[in-house]
Design a protein around this ligand. Structure first.
Ligand code: MG
Length: 377
């Protein structure tokens, strides 16, 4: 479609809402605790009146170099550059965003998702089809278990297991012996066919990570995620352990994925749409990781219905054997902007089949926009 035609963006509205964790405090290593977070929703409207929605919700200000108000400030900087952009050309949308602001992929992600949604509505196709096609109608889910006393973590796992979840990610990264006790308590309430990941979110010093990996050696259905903050430290942990290794925070773009793969640093990548700058770059990294023989967790840092829908569409195109699990964050958070859709059932997340993201946002419930950028001409 020619730029300047009906698919050109005429207006961008930016809304804010608060997202509350559904289980009290979400606790990660190094004392990072989350209860309620600002989420940002963008709506793009084209000259022909097509609309699309996207969302960005950083997991607090110390998880990644991203934070809630930062998303809003960056979108304020980016949005004027997208007036006139063709939503059916995501390459063009990203080129405009990168020409306007370096980095800040988490903010670009909200705009990217909104353009995919609008593109799908114009084309009459779900985003999964535009991304290359869905290989599965629903995807396996995992649930993260906040860092806490071993018995409380095991109880959490048992509750989620009763609801059909079979994949669990334990927040670790504290004292290695206490972390080993957490893993043992959780493994005792799981069964063959379940999977358990210990995610330190980079919180162990490398020596503690090596000790922890030694204590957890041989644990069935167990793997480690992002033990230390840097790729080099994670490599030092991986060399002496046979536990499968997942990398998350350090995989920020295709070059970091390629470098980590070339160093044989991991078997599994946790791919977060916002961390890598939206669905367009995330699809590239998903497909590269699959071609390299990796397994994938597909998700975002945090979010509600819109983030969940975008995750479902990206996960749908992952070959089932390569997809570990996705997260349906709208099960983890209480507020819903699209009627709690898509809705998980029995530990699996359905991929919406309607045009675009396939969910309908209740715009009135979002209140007045924080700001609006319109075509001055
Ligand atoms: Mg992680």
């Amino acid at each position: 479609m020619r730029e300047g035609a009906g698919a050109a963006i005429e207006r961008i509205d930016v809304y804010g809402y608060e997202l509350t964790y559904a289980h009290g405090d979400y606790v990660m290593s190094s004392g990072r605790t989350v209860h309620r977070l600002p989420s940002t929703v963008v709506r793009v409207t084209t000259r022909d009146g097509a609309q699309g929605f996207g969302e960005a919700c950083p997991l607090g200000p110390t998880y990644l170099p991203a934070f809630g108000e930062g998303a809003r400030a960056a979108i304020r900087e980016l949005a004027p550059g997208l007036i006139g952009a063709d939503v059916t050309s995501l390459a063009g949308v990203h080129r405009r965003m990168d020409a306007r602001l370096a980095g800040h992929g988490y903010a670009k992600s909200a705009l990217d998702i909104a353009c995919w949604d609008a593109f799908g509505r114009i084309a009459g196709q779900p985003v999964a089809a535009l991304l290359g096609g869905a290989l599965q109608e629903d995807v396996p889910l995992y649930v993260a278990i906040p860092l806490g006393p071993a018995d409380r973590m095991a109880d959490f796992v048992a509750r989620e297991r009763a609801g059909g979840i079979r994949n669990f990610q334990l927040k670790l990264g504290a004292d290695p012996a206490e972390d080993a006790a957490r893993v043992a308590a959780v493994l005792a309430v799981t069964q063959d066919g379940d999977a358990v990941i210990g995610d330190a979110n980079g919180g162990w010093r490398r020596q503690d990570a090596i000790i922890a990996a030694g204590l957890m050696a041989g644990a069935r259905r167990f793997r480690l995620e992002q033990p230390c903050p840097t790729l080099e430290e994670c490599l030092a942990v991986r060399r002496p352990t046979a536990l499968p290794m997942v990398l998350d925070e350090v995989i920020t773009d295709l070059p970091t994925l390629a470098r980590a793969a070339s160093l044989d640093a991991m078997d599994h990548v946790n791919l977060k749409i916002g961390r890598v700058g939206g669905l367009l770059p995330a699809r590239l990294m998903r497909d590269a990781a699959v071609a390299l023989g990796m397994r994938l967790t597909i998700e975002d840092s945090w979010g509600g219905d819109l983030v969940t829908a975008s995750v479902a569409h990206l996960a749908a195109g992952t070959p089932p054997g390569a997809l570990f699990a996705a997260s349906f964050m709208n099960d983890w958070t209480l507020e819903h902007v699209a009627g709690y859709r898509p809705r998980s059932a029995g530990g699996r997340g359905p991929v919406p089949t309607g045009p675009g993201l396939g969910i309908e946002v209740d715009v009135a419930a979002l209140g007045e926009p924080l700001f609006t950028v319109v075509d001055p001409g």
